[in-house]
Design a protein around this ligand. Sequence first.
Ligand code: GLY
Length: 405
Amino acid sequence: MKNILMTTLISAFLLGSASMEAKSPSKWEKEAVRNAREQMGLQIQAIENDRSGKVLNPVTTKLNRYATAYCGYEDWRSGFFPGSVWYLYELTGDRSLLPLAQKYTEAIKDAQNLTWHHDIGFIINCSFGNGRRFVKEDEYNNVLVQAAKSLCTRFRPGAGIIQSWNVTGNSWQAKRGWTCPVIIDNMMNLELLFEATKISGDSTFYKVAVSHADRTMAEHFRPDGSCYHVIDYDAETGKVLHRHTAQGYAHESAWSRGQSWAIYAYTMCYRETGNPKYLDQAVKTFRFMKNHPAMPADCIPYWDMDAPDIPYEPRDVSTAAVIASALYELLTYPVENPKECRDYADRIMKSLASADYTAKPGENGRFILMHSVGSIPHNNEIDVPLNYADYYYLEALLRRRNLDR
Ligand code: GLY
């Protein structure tokens, strides 16, 4: 998320020699931004017209697939809609979006004190982390640091990781026999910790992030570059107890969104540390996905690359959007073949911007993209819009535009 400015500067340097002139946006890109503005405008209108006294936070559609479903601040997805409004402001320059983005962000402020799950990084970094580039930098920075402290309460030094989910009583995590589960998604929360060290000067956050990234790299990945979803540890001794899945088809399968989190997060870890092993991991997992025999021609992955009924399995647009955004950053670093990243990201984006995946304004619960998957094993959110698909799509549009400038 945070690298928008850095990506612009580095890419201007790296790619500038090819062409010193800014490319004007292509037709599909202009249309994608215009469509996003219209669709999100309708979403905002619905929020502003609501008389419940709450600040509604759109997340997906309800079971009937038409009505919009909203979430509270503790939901892992609560930062994505506020973050999308910040991105939409950047993409359009429409200043009327600023007070709205600010209102939606500040409505989830209490999330800074969450300690019962790991997703506080997603929540706070996507909302306050973006907002501080435009308003109340000091105030928002304080929220980031407090959120980082909350996240660090979940650090388990014996295993060197941040515990993802609590395992209590009769919870479904307990039924799987886990004690200290860590999911690959958790890598995304580390960006908050890196930022908190830069803001506060306290290197504890940085050290926790590096410890988690290193242990995850050692335990989550297979030789082919793909990753497990869940590693369950003994929190005291650090022993790995299980290599499992929660949202994938099988323990040994490649759950697609998990792969996308890995590509995105290890790219971010390279940005924050300069350690090339993180860059290598991001490239390896990207190539695993890109070269996977089941990858469809339009580059929008199935929800799991080993799902049994491919090609009749649902696609997951959220995975595609995360990969595209990651690649627009990855290509600005010293990778062997930046053009490979650029071309692949562009292929994804052109698919997403097409009528196959972009909804008509007013449809799709007023979300931009169709056809994402939350969790098939939980029979939850199958072939629906998801606010994080829209968030990473807007981020990718912005990163792409900044590269071209
Ligand atoms: N972090 C939850 C998911 O990717 O579905």
